[in-house]
Design a protein. Structure first.
Ligand SMILES: [Zn+2]
Length: 133
């Protein structure tokens, strides 16, 4: 039986600039971020897989009321990764007031940055980010 991805390994990979997901041995679907079971079929036979980080922006919103540690306004976006999963992260490098529908369909690269908040349970918590390619 294949082994999944542990949270500490996922966070360590993010800190190193790598995107650690998991591929299901039963159906082949890629799940990101890693979960206890495959997001497509629910089986727990998942092996670690490194993702390319390439994706296409599918939707976004501008956040003007921010949680602790975030400075509004900023853009929260969703992208469909080349390997299949849809991921939510902050779009960096674009001013929130400049965000418009021309962002939809743009190619993005997924990365991460340290979370600024001290409220999270995990000290090394990271925020997923996108940059336009
Ligand atoms: Zn599956």
């Amino acid at each position: 039986m294949a082994q999944g991805v542990f949270l500490k390994d996922y966070i360590q990979a993010l800190a190193e600039g790598r995107l650690l997901g998991q591929r299901c041995a039963a159906c082949g679907a890629v799940t990101f971020p890693p979960k206890a079971v495959c997001a497509a079929c629910g089986k727990a036979e998942n092996a670690p897989v490194e993702l390319s980080g390439q994706g296409e922006l599918t939707t976004f919103t501008v956040c003007r009321v921010a949680p602790e540690g975030m400075t509004p306004p900023y853009i929260v976006a969703m992208a469909k990764l080349a390997e299949g999963p849809c991921v939510i992260g902050n779009l960096e490098g674009v001013a929130a007031d400049d965000a418009d529908m021309s962002l939809i369909g743009r190619r993005v690269r997924l990365g991460s940055k340290p979370a600024a908040s001290r409220s999270y349970a995990v000290d090394q918590c990271r925020v997923l980010t996108f940059e336009l390619e």
